[in-house]
Design a protein around this ligand. Structure first.
Ligand code: IYR
Length: 221
């Protein structure tokens, strides 16, 4: 038996009617989320972003190591540096790294190597994955399932920001090594995702996409 302390779980059963209503309400908010590439430069309340980051930080993680750092960037000079470095990689991606099928799959999204949203969006949240930990004495400690843990935290962050009335983009400039360098992150932290956050630009349009129905994403046994 472990001698680690346990405490009573705070958990309240809801009525089925309330469960149904809450599940539907959450789906209707989640289903309005769209990846936005045209942002308004209007500033957003930083405390709202911080609260959403706290929600992301409630994600489950391997051995509760919480192997994540959320870099919240609003400094225009840093945003510019990130845009410049991201576009340098993306020019290489579009010109050489992505094959014909990939470029064809991206056609409906009208993307290219230009990433003005990295400067225009009022905030960028860069999620770093801790591949391992470094303790106060500089010793290495193991982390577990860091891809899964940080992926779940990223999903929770996107859901929280969407629920708070903010638009996001799930952006993966690749390779992402330049982000740790630009932000001076320690060597155990690997950039996982870059999320521009703000309000959509006036007149913002998004591709006319459909989501798969339940029958296409859920199999019952
Ligand atoms: N990273 C590139 C290309 C790109 C790739 C996928 I897969 C997307 O869903 C969207 C874009 C870019 O950001 O343009």
């Amino acid at each position: 038996m472990s001698d680690a302390p346990f405490i009573p779980l705070a958990f309240e059963r809801l009525s089925e009617a309330e469960m149904r209503e809450r599940a539907h309400d959450f789906h209707s908010v989640a289903n309005r989320r769209r990846s936005v590439r045209a942002f308004s430069p209007d500033p957003v309340p930083i405390d709202v972003l911080e609260t959403c980051i706290l929600s992301a930080g409630t994600a489950p993680s391997g051995a509760h190591k919480q192997p994540w750092t959320f870099a919240l960037v609003t400094d225009p000079a840093i945003k510019s540096r990130i845009r410049e470095a991201a576009e340098e990689e993306e020019r290489e991606n579009y010109a050489r790294r992505m094959n014909a099928e990939w470029l064809d799959d991206l056609r409906p999204f009208n993307t290219n190597a230009e990433k003005p949203f990295l400067e225009i969006a009022p905030a960028l949240i860069i999620l770093f994955r801790h591949a391992w930990e470094i303790d106060e004495d500089g010793e290495r400690g193991q982390n577990y399932y860091t891809q899964e843990s940080v992926g779940i935290a990223a999903g929770m962050l996107l859901a929280a920001l969407n629920d708070a009335g903010l638009a996001t983009l799930t952006h993966t400039p690749s390779p992402m090594g330049f982000l740790a360098k630009a932000l001076g992150r320690p060597e155990n932290e690997k950039a996982f995702l870059l999320i521009p956050v703000g309000y959509p630009a006036d007149g913002c349009e998004v591709p006319d996409l459909e989501r798969k129905p339940l029958g296409k994403i859920c199999v019952r046994y």
